[in-house]
Design a protein around this ligand. Structure first.
Ligand SMILES: C[S@@+](CC[C@H](N)C(=O)[O-])C[C@H]1O[C@@H](n2cnc3c(N)ncnc32)[C@H](O)[C@@H]1O
Length: 283
């Protein structure tokens, strides 16, 4: 897609400007979201209209006006061209998802990571997704592994509603249970000791919520996938820095830990994931 965009905008922008526009460009369903640097703001409608007229699948073009922020991880949007709607249908890994880009967090840039996790999951696993968004991780895994059971938690009521709808849309509603509320509280009240695997796809607060992930794990233990934002450095150094902060040793032994960079999220800033397999210690 970025090659096509490059071609379409080549006679409107300099190569330097093109690079900046492409690096901040996402397509979700039929909606394009652009990050336009200040110096290019005078060309924002030109860029948006050019994309709308030349890319077949794009029906709406928005500009991301603010950074992603707040408890629900939302961004402010400015409508630039095409239909003025924020609701769309997005497809990933053979699943369909309803998304409202103004009301819930969603990033297509995690598609590779969602598939990677789905490929790690074994039959009959119970999986808690602490920060589920519209339910992508849970639903993709449920669809791929027919004997798995999922608890998908989000504190945003719109995200919760979309998890329910998306589970139905993909015919996995019998195995994906949505919870509305704070992940820590939901685990304490309903999900202690139930999980083979816990997903923590919320880098800003994963460390703070890690004790609840431990609480969700089954009696013997299980695997936790922790997503974090860290300064770019070798992954071994990230692991050495983060593991001691997790306060695991009192109750668990680390059986295996590995990590990888999921994507670059800023200058010298990476989103990483640590896959940590834990065995509960017997008293
Ligand atoms: C980065 S997004 C998750 C993205 C999602 N996993 C995906 O693949 O698209 C973080 C999500 O956590 C939710 N959230 C924030 N605080 C929360 C909390 N205390 N408990 C549960 N969910 C929370 C936000 O509403 C948001 O949907």
């Amino acid at each position: 897609m970025s090659r096509l965009i490059k071609k379409i905008l080549a006679d409107k922008l300099s190569p330097e400007e093109l690079k900046e526009v492409i690096s901040g460009f996402d397509i979700i369903g039929d909606i394009a979201i652009l990050k336009i640097p200040d110096k290019l703001l005078s060309k924002k409608y030109l860029i948006a209209k050019t994309l709308l007229d030349n890319v077949k699948n794009i029906r709406c073009v928005f500009r991301q006006v603010s950074p992603i922020s707040g408890e629900y991880r939302l961004m402010e949007l400015e409508h630039l061209a095409g239909e003025d709607r924020t609701f769309t249908e997005y497809r990933e890994s053979g699943c369909r998802f309803y998304v409202d880009i103004a009301k819930v967090y969603f990033s297509p840039r995690l598609s590779g990571e969602r598939l990677r996790i789905a490929n790690l999951v074994k039959d009959n696993e119970v999986i808690v997704n602490m920060f589920a968004g519209i339910g992508t991780f849970s639903i993709i895994i449920a669809k791929k592994r027919k004997t798995t059971k999922h608890y998908a938690i989000d504190v945003n009521p719109d995200a919760y509603q979309l998890i329910l709808k998306n589970a139905y849309l993909n015919k996995v509603e019998d195995r994906v249970t949505a919870f509305l509320g704070d992940a820590g509280r939901i685990i304490e009240y309903y999900l202690s000791g139930c999980a083979d695997r816990v997903l923590m796809p919320y880098p800003e607060r994963a460390l703070e919520y890690f004790p609840f992930a431990l609480k969700a794990l089954k009696e013997d233990g299980g695997t936790v996938h922790v997503y974090l934002h860290v300064k770019s450095k070798p992954i071994k150094e990230v692991i050495d820095e983060i593991l001691p902060k997790l306060d695991i040793e009192k109750k668990f032994a680390v059986e295996d830990v590995s990590g990888r960079v999921v994507r670059e999220v800023g200058p010298r800033l990476d989103q990483v994931v640590l896959d940590i397999r834990l065995r509960r210690l017997k008293n």
